[in-house]
Each structure stands twice: as structure tokens, then as C-alpha cells.
Write a protein that binds this ligand. Structure first.
Ligand code: NAG
Ligand code: NAG
Ligand code: NAG
Ligand code: NAG
Ligand code: NAG
Length: 437
């Protein structure tokens, strides 16, 4: 019976005999096949089918024709979505626009009747299959797309209503994974609906924090964070929320593949969303490093020695090229070298054993040297600190006159653990000196 009915469907769609044969369908109805093969109008087609099925011929009212076609097709698919996909492929070979549209509409109705509709990936599959056909009515495409967006947003809501960072959401993960194969516009539309919903029910801080638990590609996370940052609901929030958002962005920058995986415009938007100084670290060619409160104290070579000093403002002398790198655990690190100072870097020599004693936590070991030297950046409220990347045990400080020597206002390092107690001494400000000669 099923085979007979399927044969009939093939006939209805006016398929080639060879196609039917390929699918191992016995062509027992060659007479009807040849009738169908003759491009009848749809009404006549149905009439012939009804006769063939021994049903009462249809009243020839126009609107019942397509609904009859739909019900015929739906009864054929009958919740078997694999079969639905096959029927959709046949739509190409359907002879009339009316027949094609009946197929598309019937399949969409049938999909909504099945549990498949709860899985947005299935709707997306259908949408993408429909997109291949040039003659699907636009209203239907819109309906399917909207259903896909809303179902996806609903699914992605779950993690935002969950307190635990450890909760896992396999369906969410598989949808997000599926979306990596599609245009980013889909995700953009989903996020818009998603944020409407979650920001109505949860605090901005909780939405920001829960976004940080999300498992997704770096590009998807970049987009999701930027889009959240753009929301009205986030604009009027306090510093805690802004910092949580920045922490999310910073975490992204620290991921190994960030620069390779995320395309340039999205990356530029991320940088632009960070505090000015952090942005400069990633975008400026040359920077000047100066005292936060004293605009006349820039660091570069001391007047008489190869040590580094806090010196008077002078763009030519203070401008350092920024070199960006990653440590072996892929965190960002930076090196500063100056063309003016004969391509020397700001370098910290390893403190000799016992250099720091209980009463003496300062070491003058920061030089202008030809060797590269990496620094890790730690961001504070009104500036940043430079920690030596090799050991992460020392922080660059300055400004205490008791460590100076006449004109030589030496900078020095302290134990990194002292940073909190000596913020003013160990926090710097950054200026864009890209244009310095
Ligand atoms: C369908 O029609 C074409 C030409 O109109 C003909 O060549 C072909 O043999 C017909 N197929 C069948 C199964 O009747
Ligand atoms: C900012 O708002 C959050 C809740 O949205 C609150 O928990 C936090 O204490 C606030 N922080 C400040 C500094 O006001
Ligand atoms: C990274 O480098 C540090 C010091 O250079 C070393 O102690 C650590 O074992 C390295 N880690 C890896 C994963 O290679
Ligand atoms: C270190 O400082 C403490 C108190 O500030 C003092 O008692 C001690 O003698 C000092 N030790 C040295 C070696 O100067
Ligand atoms: C900046 O200048 C102030 C005032 O002179 C000083 O107390 C502070 O230690 C300096 N900070 C740095 C990082 O040089």
C-alpha cells in the first residue's frame, strides 16, 4: 500500500519514468504516467488522479484544488521527515507553479505537526533546502525563517535562566555548532530576540556573566558580546556591569585563535569597545608610556645610563613600537622597542637571587637593551601595570625620588605581590604616539 501510494505521488509530481525506475518503483500505471506526462493543468491532474483512485471527482473550485494537493502531499509525508525531504527534491520536477507551491506549503505544515519543529536546526535545514528553490513564495520563506529565529532564541534562553556555570545544554551546543556553518546574520537575528527575552527577566549583570559561560566559536562569542554591549538595557548600568562586559571581551582576546579566527571588522569593534589604553595596545603602531598623574614623566632611556627613567615629555624619545605576542599558554604579551634608541627594548633583567630582602623590595633592573623582553598587562581602573611575562613575579614601578640619582629618575621593579599596596607607583598611562617621527 505504501509503495503504491508512493508510486502515485511520483506520478502526481509528473516524474520521469527513469527516475521512478531508479527508485525501484514499479511502473504499473504507465497509462496514467503518460497522461501526467502531458502537462495537464492541476485541476485536470487531480481529476485523473481521483478517477484512478476511484474517489469521487473533485468539485472544480479553484481554492480547494491547492488544499487538496496539500492534503495529498501531507498524507504522503505523514510525519516522516526523511520522506518530506525527498518530496522537496521532487518539487524541482513539478510541472506547474501551483503544484510547487502546494508542495512547499504542505511540507511546512507537515513539519509543524511533527516534533521536529522543536529543533531549530531542523527548521534551518528546511529553510536552507527551500532557499535552493527559486520559486518559493516569499511569505512562506519569511514564516519559516521567523519560526527558526524564534525557536532558536527560545532554546538559547535556557542557559541564561540557570545559576550554575557548570550546567550543560547539549541541544544549545549543537545548535550553536550548527550555526557556525551559516551566515552570521542568522545569529545576529537570534541574539536580538534572545536579548529581548532574557533582559526582560534577568538583570543585565547576570546576562553578561552567563554569556561568559557560553560555549561557542570565538566569532560567535565576539558577536554576542558586541550585540549585548549595544543594548539599551546595558547603557545605563553601573561600573560593575561594564567591567563584567570588559572581562568577557578581554577573555576573548586571550583565546589562542582570536586574531586568526575572528575577522578584522569584528575584531576592530571589540578593540573599540575596550578602554582607550587597552585599545591602543592592540591597535596603535607606537605608544608612549607615562605617569598617570604627572603628564611630564614619560619612560625612556635615562640621560646618562642605559637604565630606563621617567623623563620629560618628548614624543621622539618616548615613542615605542608595540610588538604583540602570545605566551606559551597563549595569553597576550607585549614588547616595546624604540627606533630612536637604536632599536632597543624596555627590558627587565632577572633579579639576582636574594635581590629582594624583607626590607628591600625594590630592584633597579630595567634597562634599554637590544634583546626582546615581553611584558604582560594588568588593567586597573585608571591605567595599567606591566608585569614581566617570563616570571610574572615583578611589576614595573617608578616615581619614588629616594630611588633617583640626580637627573636620573630611575624606574624600578617591585614584587608583583606588592602591586595592590603600591598602585600609584606601579600604574601607568598609555598614549598613542603612532605619529611620532
Ligand atoms: C513524456 O513525454 C515525452 C515527450 O513529451 C516523451 O518523450 C516521453 O517518452 C514521455 N514519457 C512517458 C513515460 O510517457
Ligand atoms: C551594580 O549593580 C549590581 C546589580 O545590578 C549590584 O550588585 C552592584 O552592587 C552594583 N555596583 C555598584 C558599584 O553600584
Ligand atoms: C610556559 O613557559 C613557562 C616559563 O617560560 C614554563 O614554566 C611552562 O612550563 C610553559 N608551559 C607550557 C605549557 O609549555
Ligand atoms: C627591616 O625592617 C625592620 C622594621 O622595619 C627592622 O626591624 C629590621 O631591622 C630591618 N632589617 C634590616 C636587615 O635592615
Ligand atoms: C607618578 O607620579 C606620582 C607623583 O609624582 C608618584 O607618586 C608615582 O609613584 C608615579 N608613578 C609612576 C608609575 O611612576
Amino acid at each position: 500500500m505504501a509503495t503504491l501510494s508512493f508510486t502515485w505521488l511520483l506520478l502526481l509530481l509528473g516524474l520521469q519514468y527513469s527516475f521512478a525506475a531508479d527508485h525501484n518503483i514499479q511502473n504499473t500505471e504507465s497509462k496514467i504516467l503518460s497522461i501526467l506526462n502531458a502537462s495537464f493543468p492541476v485541476q485536470e491532474l487531480l481529476y485523473h488522479i481521483d478517477v484512478w483512485r476511484n474517489d469521487a471527482p473533485l468539485a472544480g473550485v479553484e481554492h480547494t484544488v491547492s488544499s487538496n494537493l496539500e492534503s495529498v502531499i501531507r498524507s504522503e509525508v505523514a510525519g516522516d521527515w526523511e520522506r518530506g525531504k525527498l518530496v522537496l527534491q521532487f518539487a524541482n520536477q513539478a510541472r506547474t507553479v501551483q503544484l510547487k507551491e502546494a508542495i512547499y506549503t504542505a511540507l511546512w505544515k507537515e513539519l509543524q505537526q511533527t516534533k521536529q519543529i522543536y529543533d531549530p536546526s531542523k527548521i534551518l535545514d528546511f529553510y536552507e533546502q527551500l532557499s535552493v528553490h527559486t520559486d518559493v513564495p516569499l511569505e512562506l520563506m519569511d514564516l519559516v525563517y521567523t519560526a527558526f529565529i524564534h525557536r532558536s532564541a527560545q532554546l538559547l534562553e535556557a542557559p541564561f535562566h540557570t545559576g550554575s556555570p557548570d550546567a550543560t545544554f547539549p541541544l544549545v551546543n549543537s545548535l550553536v555548532q550548527r550555526l557556525t556553518f551559516s551566515t552570521l546574520d542568522y545569529l545576529r537575528d537570534i541574539l536580538e530576540v534572545l536579548y529581548d527575552a532574557v533582559l526582560a527577566l534577568e538583570t543585565p549583570l547576570s546576562v553578561v556573566e552567563r554569556l561568559s559561560y557560553f560555549t561557542a566559536s570565538l566569532t560567535q562569542l565576539a558577536l554576542a558580546n558586541l550585540q549585548l554591549l549595544d543594548r539599551e538595557e546595558l547603557k545605563s548600568t553601573n561600573v560593575t556591569v561594564q567591567q563584567a562586559l570588559q572581562a568577557n571581551l578581554r577573555h576573548l582576546l586571550e583565546q589562542p585563535g582570536f586574531e586568526q579566527e575572528v575577522e578584522a571588522t569584528l575584531r576592530a569593534e571589540i578593540y573599540a569597545s575596550l578602554p582607550k589604553e587597552e585599545q591602543l595596545l592592540y591597535t596603535a603602531r607606537k605608544v608612549c608610556i607615562r605617569n598617570v598623574t604627572d603628564p611630564s614623566a614619560y619612560i625612556y632611556e635615562c640621560p646618562q645610563t642605559y637604565l630606563i627613567c621617567s623623563n620629560p615629555a618628548d614624543q621622539k624619545k618616548a615613542a615605542y613600537f608595540i610588538q604583540r605576542g602570545h605566551s606559551n599558554d597563549s595569553r597576550p604579551q607585549f614588547a616595546f622597542y624604540s627606533a630612536f634608541w637604536r632599536n632597543r627594548y624596555i627590558l627587565m633583567e632577572p633579579a639576582s637571587v636574594g635581590a629582594y630582602s624583607a626590607n628591600h623590595s625594590i630592584t633597579k633592573n630595567v634597562y634599554s637593551r637590544v634583546n626582546i623582553n615581553w611584558w604582560r598587562v594588568e588593567y586597573g581602573i585608571d591605567g595599567f601595570s606591566l608585569i614581566d611575562a617570563a616570571t610574572e613575579k615583578s611589576v614595573l614601578c617608578g616615581g619614588d625620588p629616594s630611588h633617583w640619582d640626580g637627573e636620573e629618575h630611575h624606574v624600578y621593579t617591585r614584587r608583583a605581590t606588592e602591586l595592590a599596596a603600591h598602585r600609584g607607583e606601579c600604574t601607568w598611562s598609555l598614549e598613542d604616539c603612532s605619529d611620532a617621527a
